[in-house]
Each structure stands twice: as structure tokens, then as C-alpha cells.
Design a protein around this ligand. Sequence first.
Ligand SMILES: [Zn+2]
Length: 452
Amino acid sequence: MQRPLACLALFLLLLTGCLARNPATGRTELSLYSDKDEISLGAQAAPSVIQESGGLYRDAGLSTYVDEVGQKLVAVSDRPFLPPGDASFRYKFHLLNSSEVNAFALPGGKIFITRGILTRLGSESEMAAVLGHEIGHVAARHGVHHMQSAMGMDLLISLGATLVKAQNPDLVGVDQIAGAARVGAFALQMKYSRDDELQSDELGMKYAGKAGYDPRGMTRVQEILKSLQAQEPGLFESLFRSHPPSDDRIEATRKYIAKRFGGQDLDAAYVSHAERFASRTAALRKIQKAYDRHAEGTKAMAPISEKKIDVASPEGKKAAEAAHAAFADAIRMDASQAPFHTSQGYLYLLQGDSPNAGRALKRAVELDGELFEPLFLLGVHEFTGGRLGASRDLFVRGSLLYPAHPGPYYYLGRISEQEGKRAEAVRHYRRAEAAGPETPYGREAKERMKKL
Ligand SMILES: [Zn+2]
């Protein structure tokens, strides 16, 4: 089994012909993806990854602040442009609306940081350490290495096909949806090696220092994460899967600082900007209470949404009552957050309360037209009510926002079926199956195709 794979690898290598210099290490290495491929992979995965991670947090001032700090670090990094010297390229920093403590990078310079981690940090230099670490992963091409080695040849080939098709929008279809779904899932589950993590810590400190930030922000971040891990296990599973903190890593940051910055008066030569950071992120800490209450409601309704209990049973009614109370509290604390209205609408939908479901979901869509969940649920609400035109518009918008989700394709298939358009229904069902073969939507789509 080894030989055919090795031959295939060699063939691909000859085909794409790629040995490239690593921007961060200077070493020559195997590179099956060009800079442009890397950007394309990241761009394909990003929309689904954003929706999967709670959507973007809507605060233009705060997003700009994160981007400004990020761009300062990029400018002094080893890989400010992909491809080198291409001034039209820009790293993108995204603030995710998630209470989880997390940060990650996609190939191609897309960097994500959560609302949850910002509420735990104490200064701009600490945020710079987190962003610098993620820029380090991109600069040293860790994500790309990981894809090359861990995804297996078949996936590499299918992605190759995906990339080719991505350049020709007319061919966008089943393969691309499946490819994007796999890249997105892979990016979220990525686990870097310990060496990659140590290297990114060093690169993060190097970039932070060059941008004028106290490099001890990195040590502090590691200490914060380690103590959080002890206090609240489960809060940030995904971060610790990719960046587990440890005493060794904390010690390694101290050694690196002594080596690279030794002999300098760090307090005098570098900034931390604790006060500026505290004032810029004050609103986030305030809103956290509302999100905590929202999370209690989500937990209360989970047995209903997971179909473990019947919503009409006595225990179902009790759970729904507790969840409604929590969502109402969250909305009282901050009525401008789309996820609170989404959850309320979803619960009404499960209860069969159509007028209230429609009202709450419409409010959520008004507040955030780029959040998948309320758009999709409103589509289901309209479809159930027989309003096919309105539901089609919502599912089309949903499929563009979250291409890796099988739900919109499934419902578009149902709509086409009701309209007697058989070929169109099959095309939508194929997409649903490609996006989520193991999901109820994918399975149901397959069953319906057989009957057509
Ligand atoms: Zn990392």
C-alpha cells in the first residue's frame, strides 16, 4: 500500500514542482501549495469557519482596534505579503462572537480571535502576543505543512480539483462544497505539533517586540491560559487542542526573552497599554453577563433541540419555560444581540408557536443579516408556512454565508420538488449530500433523490 502512494506523491510533486523557501525559517522545504493556493484554501474555508464559530461580533470600533494591532505586527513579520511583495494582499483579523477562549489562523493570513479571550486578557501587549503567535503560524506555513502531511493524499487530490474549479465559478458545485466542508472541518480540528507551538510563541514575541510591545505579554498570556484551564476546564477545549499551555512553554518564553531582549530595560523600552486595552474592551466584559445567561438558556433547551425529550411533555414544558426565562433576561440586558433573538425564535419554532417564532427570527435577521442561524431558521419557518418564495430567498442567502452547511441545499431541494422541478431538486439534494453525508439533511436528501 505504501508504494502506490509514494509514487503518487512523487507524481504530484513533479506536477506541481514545488520546493520553496520558508519565510520564517529561511529553510527550503516541500510545498505542494503555492501562496495563491494557500489564500484560496483559506478563503474557501473562512465563511463556514466563521459561522461554525458563532459568527462575527458586530462592533466596528473594536474590530478596527484588533485589526490595527494585528496589522502593526504583520508589518514587522517575516511574511507580510502572500505572495512576497504583493502589496494588494492584506492579512484579515476577525473578531468572533464566541464566549470560548480561542484564537486560530487559517492558511492564507486569515486570523480569528474570540470575544471570550479578549475578556480574559489584561493589556494590548497580551493581545499582541496572541495575534503575533497566530501570525507566526501563518509566516512559518504551519497550517499548510499540516494539511500536506495529515490530510492524506486522497484529500490533497480532491482539494486540487476543488482549487481548479474555484477558479472557474461556472463549475462551482458538489466537489467544491465537499472540499470547502472538509477544509473547514480540518481547520477547526487542527492540532499543531509542540515544536510548531514553541516556534510560534517565539515568532509572536519577536513580532510583538519589533512592533514596540513588551514581549513579556506572551509569558503573561500563557500564565492566564494555564490558570483558566485549571479554573474552568471545558470552557476552551478547542484552544487547548491546538495550543495547550504548560510550565515548559512558560519557561521557554522566559528563556527566549532573556536571550533576545536581555540587557534591556523592558519597562522603559516597550509598551503594554493596559489602560487603553481595558477601556476598548470594557463593553465586552459588560456584555459577557448577558451571554452567560443566554448560555444557560441554550443549555436548558438542549434536551428539546436534541430531541431527547418531547417539547409537549411535562418535562419539555418545564425546560422550555426555563430557557425562555433565560433568553428574555439576556434580551433585557442587551436587546441588540442577534443570537439572543435567534435562540428565542428557535425555541418558539420547536414549540410550534409560529407567530412568535417568525417575529423573533425576523428581529435577529434585522440585527445581523450575515449570521447564518437566524436566516436558516427563518427559512424553515417560511417553508413550513408554505411561503416558498420567501423561504427560497433565505436559503439561497444562507448557502452563500455557510457553503459547508447541508441544510439550505436540502430545503432548496424540497422547494424545487414542490414546484415539480425534478432536475433542479436532484441538483440541490446532491449538494446537500456532498456537504453533510452523515447529517440528517444529507441522509434525507439521499432518500428523497431515490424516490424522484
Ligand atoms: Zn498555536
